[in-house]
Write a protein that binds this ligand. Sequence first.
Ligand code: G3D
Length: 203
Amino acid sequence: MYTLLSGLYKYMFQKDEYCILILGLDNAGKTTFLEQSKTRFNKNYKGMSLSKITTTVGLNIGTVDVGKARLMFWDLGGQEELQSLWDKYYAECHGVIYVIDSTDEERLVESKQAFGVPAGDMLEALCGVPVLVLANKQDVETCLSIPDIKTAFSDCTCKIGRRDCLTQACSALTGKGVREGIEWMVKCVVRNVHRPPRQRDIT
Ligand code: G3D
């Protein structure tokens, strides 16, 4: 009886946990995205005022529950000296959210380098892991469009390889695109966990 009840309890309340890295240059909007996600998905979450968030130094951690999935977010600092720490988190990672500041054309090349060739080479080290590219700050009228950003990042395509990858327009400040991005990520990580590693690439 105890086994039956505990099995039922687990089935109803236990969540499957997935670790998601939030990467990108400093000032891209990673922390704002994390706070916005917690506000949107976690009932009764009273976060800080989004406009008062300052750039990530070190690590922010946050948890978001979507259905039976629990996403554990690690928002890692994007400053150049902190990028060398990203690979310490790769072993545990089920998915990557890479945040781009669509208003900062000057740093687009730098962002592309961090995406494609950081210390340890993120895309190769995380072979087959789903990548959600967030073109953030789309609420700003003068921002780069999604086609602009895709064109700028087009030479990363071969490194992305065969895996789930989505470029999503987003405003972490207003929340536009946040739910869509997270729901896409949940779909990918849940599906991947039920497939053997070699079949995880998109065919
Ligand atoms: P980081 O964690 O990647 O370093 P933050 O970035 O989340 O700290 O955001 C850096 C700055 O960008 C913050 O402004 C924040 O309000 C702003 N920001 C983040 N997301 C958006 C967005 O979607 N739209 C707009 N317009 N601004 C955004 P400050 O002024 O505090 O530096």
